[in-house]
Design a protein around this ligand. Structure first.
Ligand code: GLP
Length: 239
């Protein structure tokens, strides 16, 4: 089953996730982290940066692989996940390398195949961070995504695009599509940590963690993995 840990605050939950990353960094000469964007991981990245600055934690053997990127946004676009990662994490630590799917590409299939090959060539993902979308998506694996889906182009759900209006300003500015690691890609990570905060996530979390395993709630596929930890705050646990 899934290990579910409830913390009084998101900061404490994020520190527990940072403890896992720190333990990997202290133990292995090469650490491949699967990384997520959105508001959820902000306190986690803040904690990693704090440990680097205040405690001298080195990220020199870390490589990051992001889950997804919006179609059509160049890396320097303020809402690209590339910009997000630079601002929240990479500008402040000494990571070896950061990998992201491209927002601008000639051939989606080719870009996605190259990304999967890169992950395999580097030895696979040791640790994958996830948030959860309001409709149960992980990465941008929208409802209907099969358990064996690979990295690919996907059209964003109406719900997902509306949720992103708070970042982009208007619905018209929110991209229509993205590239995302697949469910199958995510489930190959050795360990998966999913975070969620606030009452707004309680309902979908209950469905994902206790409901049937179904493509209609992509996060429910985590029930099949065997090395997953769910880190949530009190509010998110009240589903
Ligand atoms: C986006 C991201 C997901 C993220 C989700 C939830 O769709 N692609 O990776 O988990 O938003 O966002 P938030 O953490 O802001 O609730």
């Amino acid at each position: 089953g899934l290990q579910i840990d409830v913390f009084p605050t998101r900061e404490e939950a994020s520190a527990a996730a940072a403890d896992e990353v720190e333990a990997l960094l202290r133990k292995k000469d090469s650490v491949n982290l699967g990384l997520a964007t959105g508001s959820t991981p902000l306190p986690f990245y803040r904690e990693l940066v704090r440990r680097h600055r205040e405690e001298g934690l080195s990220f020199a053997q870390m490589e990051g692989f992001n889950l997804d990127e919006y179609e059509g946004l160049p890396p320097e676009h303020p809402e690209s996940y590339d910009s997000f990662m630079q601002q929240q994490l990479y500008a402040h630590i000494d990571a070896r390398e950061s990998h992201l799917l491209p927002g601008i590409y000639q051939n989606a299939e080719e870009a996605c195949r190259a990304y999967e090959e890169k992950i395999v060539e580097k030895g696979g993902l040791d640790w994958q961070l996830l948030g959860i979308g309001g409709n149960g998506h992980i990465g941008f694996n929208e409802p209907g995504s099969p358990v064996d889906s690979r990295t690919r182009r996907i059209e964003l759900d109406e719900r997902t695009r509306r949720d992103a209006v708070k970042q982009f300003g208007t619905l018209e500015k929110v991209p229509l599509a993205a590239l995302t690691m697949g469910i199958g890609t995510i489930l190959e990570a050795k360990r998966i940590v999913l975070m969620a905060w606030g009452a707004g996530k309680a309902g979908i979390l209950q469905k994902a963690l206790q409901g049937p395993v179904t493509a209609e709630v992509p996060a429910s596929f985590l029930q099949t993995h065997g090395n997953v930890r769910i880190l949530i705050d009190e509010e998110a646990s009240q589903g």
